[in-house]
Write a protein that binds this ligand. Structure first.
Ligand code: SME
Length: 157
């Protein structure tokens, strides 16, 4: 297993392209989900230095905070609440350019300005979300959606 990441300063697409096989190498052969989610968050944070990146996994009717990197965050989110709960309820990736303009946004930190939330599936059922926050407006786009989706698809949930 690679102990260090090779950090790339190319375009965002190039950064995802270089990072994805490294994440694959990092988690391949490891069956412990907590270990893998922790390393995926660390790798993403190290490469992109986003304000916050983390996983919420569904327990009952709530999303519960799991592995993350960044400041402390809300522990539980109800289905349909906030960007994360909306992504779960609608089974849809949400890219929010300005979180203050998103009705019901849950502000874990006032520094967060834009956000992307991607639902995670296991056997065709949503089991959680990946949430990424930036302190810049309009920070996420289709390249992030595609790059992050590819990384999520590598993880065995
Ligand atoms: N802003 C999210 C809550 C999670 S934190 O950003 C880490 C939301 O509205 O669902």
């Amino acid at each position: 297993m690679a102990e260090d990441l090779t950090i790339n300063s190319g375009t965002k697409k190039e950064q995802y392209q270089l990072l994805t096989p490294q994440i694959e190498a990092l988690i391949t052969g490891e069956t412990d989900l907590t270990a893998n989610l922790g390393n995926v968050c660390a790798a993403l944070k190290e490469q992109f230095n986003w304000f916050w990146v983390g996983f919420y996994l569904i327990k009952g009717d709530q999303l519960v905070l799991n592995a993350f990197q960044g400041p402390v965050a809300c522990t539980r989110i109800q289905k349909g609440k906030g960007v994360c709960g909306a992504a779960w309820q609608n089974a849809k990736t949400l890219i929010v350019d300005d979180v203050d303009a998103f009705e019901g946004h849950i502000a874990c930190s006032s520094l967060s300005k834009s956000e992307i939330v991607i639902p995670i599936y296991s056997n065709d059922v949503i089991i959680g979300v990946l949430d990424v926050d930036s302190e810049h407006l309009s920070f996420f786009d289709k390249d992030d959606q595609e790059g992050l989706q590819r990384i999520i698809d590598l993880i065995e949930f």
